[in-house]
Ligand binder design. Structure first.
Ligand SMILES: [Zn+2]
Ligand SMILES: [Zn+2]
Length: 133
């Protein structure tokens, strides 16, 4: 099946590979996760190439870069998944997608003073593997 490739970007096998890893991902991935998945799939690619492809996709607004834990790490997701929220484990840095948007249930009561276009929300703590008992 032919996947659609973003317009205005030259299609290469490695770029397609990076894109398909992000399409299958349930949560944003770090560059090294993407690199490992590509290598696991038999692709010959360097980590620096993965970074270069990701930066190119970010410039073209196909992919967004998300800085988490006070910019300690960066992860990447497709721009079409823009309105999603994630919880970050502060120990193992696992990222878990949150199914709902808390803002939908608790809209801010400030419509008269401020027109809200979007929001950013970062939830952090410990995942079930790291939760100290
Ligand atoms: Zn964890
Ligand atoms: Zn939201």
């Amino acid at each position: 099946m032919e996947k659609k490739f973003p317009a205005g970007i030259k299609k290469t096998r490695q770029r397609e590979g990076v894109l398909s890893v992000l399409e299958k991902a349930k949560a944003p991935l770090g560059a090294s996760d993407i690199y490992e998945k590509l290598k696991g799939g038999g692709e010959t690619i360097w980590l620096s190439t993965v970074y270069r492809i990701l930066e190119h996709f970010v410039q073209k607004d196909v992919v967004m870069k998300i800085n988490v834990l006070d910019h300690e790490m960066a992860v990447y997701a497709l721009s079409s998944d823009r309105h999603k929220h994630y919880a970050v484990c502060m120990n193992c840095h696992k990222i878990i997608a949150i199914d709902n948007c808390p803002m939908e249930n608790f809209p801010l009561k400030m419509e008269e003073e401020f027109k809200i276009l979007g929001h950013n929300l970062e939830v952090y703590g410990f995942c079930k593997d790291c939760n100290p008992k």
